[in-house]
Design a protein around this ligand. Structure first.
Ligand SMILES: O=C(CO)[C@@H](O)[C@H](O)COP(=O)(O)O
Ligand SMILES: [Fe+2]
Length: 214
């Protein structure tokens, strides 16, 4: 069954708990962390995540778009993340990548690795046995509200052919709506991140339900 992870980046932060409470039908909440360095935008960090944790029981899917994930990861673990996804483009070596994966797992938090649209799937193949999720970016990370890049569909298909052997799940993020979500689910995607499509909808419940349909 497909999961929908509404991205809180598109919420009204002046009433965050009320906004989260509107997400009927979603079991995950996607939390985009941007540092103004790895991406040209700044969002929110671990203090706000700790408050979000108090406000909801949804599975907290933390997407770190930051330059030095190892430096900050303990703060996000302490704040209550259920899944922490970092970017392969932010890692300098296989050794450091494995160190980060093992460090997160040692705290019983799930681990994802993300690839930008311009990064080939080959970059994450060495880690498929070690992670819980691969996050395929279908927009350039940094901003909500961009258009879906269908290069993601081919990547999802490639990863889907390897899923059975390794046991990871696939998430897609960026420009997801009813049409693009369907393409991704048909290609083998398990989790659809949706920001503007859900938060700008007249009925958020209907928008989430439209993504859950197979
Ligand atoms: O990570 C990101 C953007 O960098 C996303 O999670 C966005 O928040 C998705 O927003 P939409 O494209 O669905 O509006
Ligand atoms: Fe994201």
């Amino acid at each position: 069954m497909t999961k929908v992870a509404p991205s809180v980046l598109s919420a009204d932060f002046s009433k965050l708990k009320e906004e989260i409470d509107t997400l009927e039908g979603a079991k995950w909440l996607h939390y985009d962390v941007m540092d103004g360095h790895f991406v040209p935008n700044i969002s929110f960090g671990y203090s706000i995540l700790a408050n979000v944790r108090k406000a909801t029981d949804l599975f907290l899917d933390v997407h770190l778009m930051i330059t030095d994930p190892m430096f900050y990861v303990d703060e996000f673990i302490k704040a209550g993340a259920d899944m922490i996804t970092f970017h392969i483009e932010a890692m300098e070596s296989r050794e450091k990548t494995m160190e980060l994966i093992n460090h997160i797992h040692a705290s019983n938090v799930q681990v994802g690795i993300s690839i930008k649209p311009g990064t080939h799937v080959d970059a994450i193949l060495p880690y498929l046995n070690d992670v819980d999720m691969i996050l395929v970016m279908s927009v350039e990370p940094g901003f909500g509200g961009q258009s879906f890049n269908d290069i993601a569909v081919e990547k999802i298909k490639t990863l889907n052919s390897l899923k059975g052997k390794y046991g990871f799940i696939i998430e897609v993020d960026g420009g997801i709506n009813e049409q693009t979500g369907k393409l991704c689910v048909e290609a083998g995607c398990d989790v659809l991140v949706a920001g503007s499509y859900v938060f700008k909808a007249a009925s958020r419940r209907d928008a989430i339900a439209s993504l859950l349909c197979e």
